[in-house]
Write a protein that binds this ligand. Sequence first.
Ligand SMILES: C[S@@+](CC[C@H](N)C(=O)[O-])C[C@H]1O[C@@H](n2cnc3c(N)ncnc32)[C@H](O)[C@@H]1O
Length: 319
Amino acid sequence: MVISSIDAVGGKAIEVAETLGLFSSLQQSGGDIEELALRLQVSVRGLRPLLFLLSSIGVVSQRGDQFLLAPETSEFLKNQWPARRDELPQPADWEQLEGAVRTGRCVRPAIEGESDGGSFFTGIVDTLFRLHSGMARHLHHELPYSIRKVLDLGAGSAVWSLGLLTQREEVMAVAVDHSKVLQEVTSRFVHEKGLAERFELRAGSYHDVELEAEGYDLVYLGHVIHSEGWDATRSLLLRCLKTLQPGGILAIAEWVGSEPRSQDYHANLFDLNMLMFTEAGLVFSAAEMERLVTEAGFLNPRWITGPGRHPVLLAEKAG
Ligand SMILES: C[S@@+](CC[C@H](N)C(=O)[O-])C[C@H]1O[C@@H](n2cnc3c(N)ncnc32)[C@H](O)[C@@H]1O
């Protein structure tokens, strides 16, 4: 792979990799993420998205689970990088990337679990509606007509449940989110669509808000698990399993990391953002998400492609 154009964050990633001694270590020998993290004395959580981003730029290459120095990198770092680096702006908010990679901890108050009830998210969910509504509507064709009650966790604009309710008048929904998001965003969207009477807006954290046992035919997790990470996603999936009827369906809409990871720079950039700005978040690959849902007890995971950047994962609770 040829070293591609480098933006400000990419430049910062190279700078941090140099400071941590990643390139000189890879010059000696390649390794998997755990080995390299041990060698450099940095966190696995931090090194993972850094390596993925560097592989997208082309300075690191990936073979299976092994990361190697790309053939052009030594020459590039010696002859071209010093001048390129001086031309790049320092990206705002990324000064602490090195610390985040070393420790695996986010560098500011985490955006998930905000105590003020969702200020960060009220600003972005409108944009997310435009991005996701085509795919949300498309799912209607893939979902059984027996669905009557759906749960939309981390609903935001309720884009995922609205995608179904606007096309099926027999379906009712419960949307869970921080109270500020429900009041300022969700409620506006469901009113605009004339569907307020078919929605219950339930304020609280999806980690502990009360959910009825076997109360739903379908649960959406729409762009939620990337800010949660492994452990919180596992417990969220168990809550979803419990609240679904036997035979009920889980729908996960998410960023999906490419295989190999080098192929999707933007997913890797988002992954690095999750390192910087959440306590445990990350972009999962398709295989990792399938493993998470099957380990939680869901059956028959399958990917639905449609008018969205990434496919949506559907899986079922045993009937
Ligand atoms: C990235 S947005 C996705 C919104 C919408 N599902 C979509 O796909 O466009 C994440 C949403 O989850 C909500 N959220 C984050 N943490 C939450 C929590 N612990 N409990 C309830 N909602 C939460 C945010 O307020 C936000 O609306």
